[in-house]
Write a protein that binds this ligand. Structure first.
Ligand SMILES: Nc1ncnc2c1ncn2[C@@H]1O[C@H](COP(=O)(O)OP(=O)(O)O)[C@@H](O)[C@H]1O
Ligand SMILES: [Mg+2]
Length: 676
């Protein structure tokens, strides 16, 4: 089972340690804001993507509609030439009347006129029959053609009516009529697929309404003048009748002149007074006759007789005259009546004639009650879909998706990107942060550090060394181990770099390849495979005989060597302890590179014998679970990890994650101080 070689040599990863603390899940607002700030480019990108999608949606999935509005005014105070209020209804301007007028604007009758005016029957937008059939419609008509022909076969006229109804219905839907509260102003908004058409349509509705009003009004006038002329005709007839009667009466009557009448009255008076005088003289003569008796002269009697006959004659002519006078006055009364009637008739006739004339002249000069306040303007920005609204929605959706993505990714991030993260998570100190150095091979890393002692990486190693020595100021660690959770985090590289660095201090350094299962030193160094650590532990060879040297690392190096024994058993053996005892005496510093903790127990066993144990964490690579599990294993043994090393930190990656300039000298501004 010890035949272990190459990266695949380790057994599979064990499940994370059971005692591992639950991974951090809760985000504080602070962290969230920091995260969003850090990810602003991602967010910007998702907003732009949202906008692009919105534009595509606008172009391919929406039909832009353009709205425009015509405003008009219901004018109740238009100048009236004559008071026609009694003849033709005019707007009084109260609310109910305005509402009524708005209903008129919306009415089918009016809209049908608009359909006519705008020739909407020929417009595919309004006439569904002219529109190219959609997928669904095509399917429906296909299905229809299979069914027995419907019983609702319409004749062409009915068909036209149905179409007109459909067109009018669509027109209704594309219009909105509003009244500005407490005013006589109304607005008609038309929405169609064409800005020009919208403008024409809105105007057309208002113009049609105004025309319609005019027709109504002049129609009313026609009615009025018809009625008036009828009346006038009738009155004229009556007047004529009256006049005829008057003239006929005039002809038939023997009415005398007033002078004559007065004369006749005088004459009658005269006759009366003469009769009275004659009566008096007759009475005197008769008294004389009675007094004289029979002997009265005959002349007296003759006289009395003559007077009598005179009285009779006068009486007769007086009666005649009286009769004549009575008749005359009756005639006069009749004449007066007829004359009055004619006059009245005349007046009535003339009144109506005048009205008729006025009304007839109005017909040509009638102004509508309403007028256009402002015509529709051509609006080139579609009203629906509202481009700003839609784009805003898409941008916000993009932003939300982006933010969600960032959060999700952040939660998925189970690695460490900053020393701060690492310290917070593990509760242990980070002693060093080693940047990624440009290296194609393992050898290059050590070569790089040797060749560029002023580089950020070399500086980082120097800092690490100092920090390690400072972990115990009383007794600076002499034996330093490097370990990590999984392979390839940089245990070996760190061990080599530290060794190199301690050499730089002028110390005598021993570097032990404790990862005996992989024996990777061969890849860094050209060493003799013979001898090595195992041989020393097994007591087959003396330590000083087993160490080798490498040109880049001036330390004494004890490579693993080969063994048939189990590695863990070897490190648990007396041989290992004895070897370290001996090394302590010979060397200033002993560095042991070990195997990954999660795979094999070696590091834990070695940890018992070291003064300081460094735990390497590969930047943005080792997962939180792995770190937790590995550290938990040391805790279980009661072995303290002296500190952590964040290795292979990528300055560009740091920048990308928004940590630039905040962590470590090599980040961002570090380039000013260090050569790479
Ligand atoms: N700071 C670094 N910069 C660049 N490459 C590194 C760095 N640290 C380690 N590497 C490379 O990563 C790989 C694994 O390193 P290594 O030290 O062998 O890991 P481990 O001993 O933990 O398995 C090697 O190819 C090494 O060259
Ligand atoms: Mg290694």
């Amino acid at each position: 089972m010890n035949k272990l070689n190459g990266p695949a040599a380790y057994v599979k990863l064990p499940p994370p340690h059971a005692d591992a603390p639950p991974p951090e899940t809760a985000f504080s607002l602070d962290i969230l804001l920091q995260l969003l700030r850090r990810e602003k480019m991602t967010l910007l990108g998702s907003v732009l993507l949202g906008l692009a999608l919105g534009l595509l949606f606008l172009i391919f999935f929406t039909t832009p509609r353009y709205s425009t509005t015509t405003t008009g005014m219901l004018d109740s105070n238009s100048a009236q030439i004559v008071d026609l209020a009694s003849v033709v209804g005019s707007l009084a301007g109260d609310t109910s009347e305005i509402t009524t007028e708005l209903e008129v604007l919306r009415s089918r009758k009016l809209l049908e006129q608009v359909v006519d005016r705008m020739d909407l029957m020929q417009d595919p937008e309004f006439n569904p029959r002219l529109a190219p059939p959609g997928l669904l419609q095509g399917l429906l008509s296909q299905v229809k053609s299979w069914l027995p022909s419907s019983s609702f076969d319409l004749d062409p006229a009915q068909n036209d009516k149905v179409t007109l109804d459909a067109v009018t219905e669509r027109l209704t839907q594309s219009l909105s009529v509003r009244n500005i509260p407490n005013s006589l102003v109304f607005s008609v908004t038309a929405t169609t697929r064409n800005p020009l058409k919208s403008a024409e349509l809105a105007d057309a509705v208002v113009l049609t309404y105004i025309d319609d009003q005019l027709v109504l009004k002049t129609g009313g006038l026609d009615d009025a003048s018809d009625w008036l002329s009828e009346r006038v005709t009738a009155l004229y007839q009556e007047l004529q009748d009256a006049e005829t009667e008057l003239s006929a009466f005039n002809i038939s009557t023997d009415l005398i002149s007033p002078e004559q009448l007065t004369g006749m009255n005088y004459q009658l008076k005269d006759i009366r007074s003469r009769i009275a005088a004659l009566e008096t003289s007759r009475l005197g003569l008769e008294t004389e006759l009675a007094a004289q008796g029979p002997g009265a002269p005959a002349g007296l009697t003759d006289n009395i007789d003559r007077i009598r006959s005179q009285i009779d004659a006068l009486q007769t002519s007086g009666d005649m005259l009286e009769e004549k006078l009575r008749h005359q006055s009756l005639e006069q009364i009749e004449l007066n009546r007829i004359t009055r009637e004619v006059a009245a008739q005349q007046e009535l006739y003339e009144y109506f004639l005048r009205r008729l004339r006025e009304t007839t002249s109005m017909t040509g000069m009638q102004a509508p009650d309403s007028r256009i306040l402002s015509r529709a303007t051509i609006n080139l920005f579609p009203s629906s879909p509202s481009v700003p609204t839609l784009l805003t929605i898409f941008a916000v959706l993009g932003l939300l998706t982006g933010a969600g993505l960032v959060l999700w990714r952040e939660r998925q991030t189970r690695t460490f990107r900053t020393a701060e993260d690492l310290e917070k998570f593990t509760g242990r100190r980070v002693l060093g942060q080693v940047p990624m150095v440009p290296a194609r091979a393992r050898k290059d890393v050590i070569g790089y550090l040797a060749d560029k002692p002023t580089s950020a990486a070399a500086e980082a190693i120097r800092n690490l060394r100092t920090s390690v020595l400072l972990t115990d100021t009383q007794r600076p660690p002499q034996i330093i181990g490097t370990t990590s959770a999984v392979p390839s985090e940089g245990k070996t590289t760190t061990a080599l770099a530290l060794a190199q660095n301690f050499i730089g201090l002028g110390q005598k350094v021993l570097l032990i390849e404790g990862d005996i299962r992989r024996r990777i030193f061969g890849e860094y160094l050209t060493v003799d495979e013979d001898g090595g650590l195992i041989a020393v532990m097994e007591g087959r060879i003396a330590l000083q005989d087993a160490v080798v040297q490498y040109d880049k690392v001036k330390a004494d190096i004890l490579v693993a060597g080969t063994s048939t024994q189990n590695a863990a058993d070897l490190f648990s053996s007396q041989g290992f302890e004895r070897m370290l005892e001996e090394a302590r005496k010979t060397y200033d510093t002993i560095i042991i590179d070990t195997a990954p903790v999660l795979l094999v127990p070696d590091a834990r066993i070695i940890a018992r014998h070291v003064d300081a144990m460094l735990f390497v964490v590969a930047w943005d690579s080792t997962s939180k679970e792995q770190v937790t599990a590995a550290l938990g294993m040391f805790d279980g043994l009661g072995v303290q990890i002296s500190g952590l090393v964040l290795n292979q930190v990528d300055p560009k990656g740091m920048k990308r994650y928004g940590h630039a300039g905040r962590y470590g000298a090599y980040a961002a501004y570090g380039s000013k101080y260090y050569t790479n």
